[in-house]
Design a protein around this ligand. Structure first.
Ligand SMILES: Nc1nc2c(ncn2[C@@H]2O[C@H](COP(=O)(O)OP(=O)(O)OP(=O)(O)O)[C@@H](O)[C@H]2O)c(=O)[nH]1
Ligand SMILES: [Mg+2]
Length: 366
C-alpha cells in the first residue's frame, strides 16, 4: 500500500536536502524537521496499533542495570555473552542463530549487571524488518548499549544511524528545557545559557509546529533544532553506549592498525570473544559506563559492612530501602549518613537524601 505519510516525509526530507543551511534558512529547516518528527510519530502510532498483540519480547529486568549487545548477525554477540556471564546462548557460524532475547548476569565490583543477547539487527530494522521493531523496543529500555561489529562488518556509524532513526540518542545529555503552558500571552522564551545553535524564532516555530500556543519556555542547555524536536517528541531515550570490534584473532597486526585508524572517531575496544582477549577490559568498561556508586550499610550498634551496596548514580536513601526489603520502606523513620554527602558525621536525613560514592548509611525503622 503506498503510504501517504511516507510520501510526505520523503518530500520534506528532499526539501531539506535541497535547502542550503544558513542563518536565514535555519528557521525554515527547523520547521520542516519538526514536521517530519510529527509525521513519524503519527506513523509510529498507527503501526503500533496495527501490531498490537503481536509477540514482543517479554524481558524481566534483573540486577543493578541492564545492557544490550547490539550488532549485525554473526559478529559474535552470543559468544561474548557466554564469556561475560553464566549464560549459554547458542553460537553458530550462520546468521540469525539467536532468535530470542537471551539474558545473562555478569558480576563485577559488587554489581550484578544484566546483559541481553539480542537477535542480529538488520538494516532497516526501524522500518520493521526482521523482528526489528521488537528488538528495538527492548533496546530502548536498557541503561547501556554495546554496539558490536567484527573485523569484516565494522560499520559502526550505520548501526548508530539505525538506532538514531528510532529515537535512540547515544551518549547524549537530554536537553534541559522547561515548558509551562499558559492560557494567554503567546509563547515566551527565556534562556539561562547563550544559544549559539538556534534562533529564538526557530524555537518559536518548532513549538508552534508541536501545537503550543501559549507557554513560558526556559532553555537551560545550548540546544539546536534537533535537540528541541527530540525534547518535544515523546519517544526519545538517551542511553550510554560504546563499540566493540570482535574477532581480532583473525587479523594481522598491520591490518589491525589500519582498522583502528579507520574507526578512530568511535574508539572501539578490539577483542576476541572466542579466545578471551580484551574481555577484562570489556567488563571494566561496562562497569564504568554505568555510573554506579558504592555505599556501605552500618546497622545500629555494629560496624559498617565490608561489602558495598551498588546503586545507580543519583540514588537516594529510598533506593537503599527498596533494595534491602520492602519492610524498610514501610517502617522507615529516618537514616543517618557518614561520608561525602553528610554535612557532618552521623547526619540525620530523610528518604529523599541523595547519596554518593563512599557514603555510609544507617536505616532506622519503627
Ligand atoms: N575467530 C573468531 N570467531 C568468532 C569469535 N567470536 C565469535 N566467532 C564465531 O563467529 C560465529 C558467530 O558467532 P555468534 O556468537 O553465534 O554470533 P552472533 O552475533 O550471536 O550471531 P547471530 O545470533 O546469528 O546474530 C561463530 O562461528 C563463532 O564461533 C572470535 O572472537 N574469533
Ligand atoms: Mg547470537
Amino acid at each position: 500500500m503506498p503510504d501517504d505519510i511516507d510520501q510526505r516525509i520523503k518530500e520534506i526530507e528532499e526539501e531539506i536536502r535541497e535547502t542550503p543551511y544558513n542563518k536565514s534558512t535555519e528557521q525554515h529547516i527547523g520547521r520542516l524537521k519538526a514536521k517530519i518528527a510529527k509525521l513519524k510519530e503519527k506513523k509510529e502510532k498507527r503501526e503500533k496499533s496495527k501490531s498490537e498483540g503481536g509477540g514482543g519480547y517479554d524481558i524481566k529486568k534483573e540486577g543493578d542495570a541492564t545492557v544490550a549487545l547490539v550488532g549485525l548477525p554473526s559478529v559474535g554477540k552470543s559468544t561474548l555473552l557466554n564469556k561475560l556471564t553464566n549464560a549459554k546462548s547458542e553460537v553458530a557460524n550462520y546468521h540469525f542463530t539467536t532468535l530470542d532475547v537471551i539474558p545473562g548476569i555478569m558480576e563485577h565490583n559488587g554489581a550484578e549487571i544484566q546483559l541481553l543477547d539480542l537477535p542480529g539487527l538488520v538494516e532497516g530494522a526501524s522500518e520493521g524488518k526482521g523482528r526489528g521493531r521488537e528488538i528495538l523496543s527492548v533496546i530502548r529500555n536498557v541503561d547501556l548499549i554495546i554496539i558490536i561489529g567484527d573485523i569484516y562488518r565494522n560499520d559502526i556509524s550505520k548501526v548508530i544511524e539505525e538506532l538514531r532513526s528510532h529515537g535512540i540518542r547515544l551518549n547524549q545529555e537530554p536537553p534541559d528545557i522547561k515548558i509551562e503552558e499558559k492560557d494567554k500571552d503567546g509563547i515566551k522564551i527565556n534562556s539561562t545559557v547563550e544559544l549559539n545553535n538556534i534562533k529564538k524564532e526557530t524555537v518559536m516555530d518548532i513549538l508552534r509546529e508541536f501545537g503550543f500556543v501559549n507557554a513560558d519556555v526556559v532553555i537551560r542547555s545550548d540546544i539546536d533544532d534537533q535537540a528541541l524536536i527530540d525534547f518535544l517528541s515523546d519517544n526519545r531515550v538517551y542511553p550510554a553506549s560504546f563499540p566493540i570490534i570482535n574477532k581480532i584473532d583473525l587479523m594481522e597486526e598491520e591490518e589491525k592498525e589500519r582498522l583502528k585508524e579507520k574507526l578512530k572517531e568511535h574508539d572501539p575496544l578490539f577483542i576476541s570473544a572466542e579466545n578471551g582477549h580484551g574481555i577484562k577490559k570489556v567488563k571494566q568498561r561496562i562497569f564504568d559506563e554505568l555510573d554506579f556508586i558504592r555505599i556501605f550499610l552500618r546497622p545500629q550498634g555494629e560496624k559498617a559492612d565490608d561489602e558495598p551496596m551498588v546503586l545507580k548514580k543519583g540514588s537516594t536513601v529510598e533506593d537503599v530501602c527498596k533494595k534491602l526489603h520492602s519492610d524498610f520502606l514501610e517502617n522507615f523513620r529516618y537514616a543517618r549518613v557518614w561520608g561525602p554527602t553528610a554535612k557532618f558525621p552521623k547526619q540525620k536525613v530523610g528518604m529523599d537524601h541523595e547519596l554518593a560514592e563512599g557514603d555510609t548509611v544507617r536505616i532506622l525503622t519503627k
